[in-house]
Design a protein around this ligand. Structure first.
Ligand code: PMT
Length: 399
């Protein structure tokens, strides 16, 4: 990042990228440090910020050329008029320009400046020159500016930048281990109505399931995400189907299951639902109220029981005896794998981190603790490996 007022949005951009499984190394210019302190970026990226070409300690750990090679993409957000000019001129006077010149990975710029500066012929010529050399520009957008003027020059919103950056990653999508395979993922809670204004639900935020859908997409799959009510953006390239109740989740998954190679059930589906939902709001007249609950259909077990089932992966959310219950679910639901996590007020649900161990018949793997986006990638790697092995042995067993 370079030194523009839009830098106040950059920590949010880093957070959005890490939440989607990116490893982010922040490099700041000296001017950028005047807008946001490096500590903020260290906190959101989990890595020490790099801001000096002459920092002996940092250079010894990962030199600037190594850093330029390490990055799959280099994004400069905000990119000021001065920085754009320096890059167009091939100058390498600080760490950021050096990394941009030394990298062979795509370089993306999110320009941000006053509208007059953006319209200046020198800035426009520099941008055209950079685009001719393969640098991609994201924005700028139009709107109210920090200087009080109105026009073109605003940095795009972090969400738009993250979407564009990740949507343009077709290389993995075409060559990933699940390239072209249909994967259905369930996520989020379900809501079971009691009456038109009340329902039974649980603490699932959908984050784990959404991270899995994103990881499956990154691995090249055609992903359908069947989700209960959550407040999350759909991962780029993923088809989303919204449902509310356990019965709807069951129905929509079965509508999608034709042609599905991999089914991952991460949703926290309500096991029981009110037998009847009242047509009108229940009035507060009686001293007690009794709800009759009945079992909801089990989507995961029903998919695993199909005559020609996809490779099925379930989750086990347990407050205690996690390993034992997970193994029991593996057998009882006849699934290929179970990812187990402990859940409670302090873990599993409704937070960015999780801790997972995955079990299958005859094996297990501890995936450890970390951001859900990172764990989702680890889990997808294991799932893809075991799925491909199972298909190989099935092909070998065929007459
Ligand atoms: O959404 P987050 O806030 O990110 O939290 C993530 C999570 C804790 C919800 C997630 O990691 C998780 O554990 N999801 C499964 C929750 C659950 O309902 O577990 P269970 O042990 O009750 O169910 C076992 C399996 O059967 C699950 O794969 C579940 O999706 C499936 N199931 C259960 C009941 C039912 N009626 N239909 C189902 O398909």
């Amino acid at each position: 990042m370079t030194g523009g007022i839009a830098a106040y949005k950059s920590p949010d951009l880093v957070r959005k990228l890490t939440a989607r499984g990116c490893e982010v190394q922040v490099v700041m210019t000296a001017a950028a440090r005047r807008f946001v302190v490096p500590m903020t970026f260290q906190a959101v990226s989990g890595r020490r910020v790099r801001d000096d070409l002459w920092d002996e300690e940092a250079e010894a750990a990962m030199g600037h050329i190594e850093l330029a090679r390490w990055a799959d993409r280099v994004l400069v957000a905000p990119a000021t008029a001065h920085f754009i000019g320096a890059l167009a001129g091939g100058l390498a006077g600080d760490l950021l320009t050096t990394v941009c010149i030394a990298t062979s990975s795509p370089v993306w710029l999110a320009p941000a400046m006053n509208r007059q500066m953006w319209a200046h012929p020198a800035v426009q010529a520099n941008c055209r020159l950079l685009e001719d050399r393969g640098v991609r520009l994201l924005g700028p957008g139009a709107g109210e500016q920090a200087c009080g003027e109105h026009g073109l020059g605003r940095m795009l919103e972090p969400e738009q930048i993250a979407d564009a950056l990740l949507a343009a990653a077709p290389d993995r999508a075409r060559t990933g281990p699940l390239a072209g395979l249909k994967v259905v993922v369930t996520a989020g809670p379900t809501r079971e109505p009691i009456d038109p204004v009340r329902y039974i639900t649980n603490r699932s935020s959908g984050r784990m399931g959404f991270a899995l859908a994103a990881a499956a997409r990154e691995a090249g799959a055609d992903v359908v995400l069947v989700t209960g009510p959550v407040a999350l953006a759909t991962p780029p390239g993923v088809r989303r189907v919204d449902v509310e109740t356990a019965e709807q989740m069951y129905a929509r998954v079965h509508e999608e299951i034709e042609g599905t190679e991999l089914f991952i059930a991460c949703a926290a589906v309500a096991d029981y639902r009110p037998e009847r939902a009242a047509a009108e709001k229940i009035k507060r007249t009686e001293p007690e109220m009794h709800l009759e609950l009945i079992r909801s259909p089990d989507t995961l077990a029903s998919v695993a029981a199909l005559p020609n089932p996809p490779f099925t992966v379930g989750f086990a959310a347990e407050t205690h005896n996690v390993a034992q219950y997970a193994r029991e679910k593996l057998v009882r639901k006849r699934v290929d794998m179970i990812a187990a996590n402990r859940v409670g007020p302090d873990c599993g649900f409704d937070r960015d981190t999780n801790e997972l161990t995955v079990y299958w018949n005859g094996g297990e793997m501890v995936l450890g603790e970390g951001a859900k986006a990172v764990l989702a990638r680890r889990l997808m790697d294991v799932i893809a490996k075991r799925y491909l092995e199972s298909r190989k042995s099935r092909a070998g067993a065929a007459p």
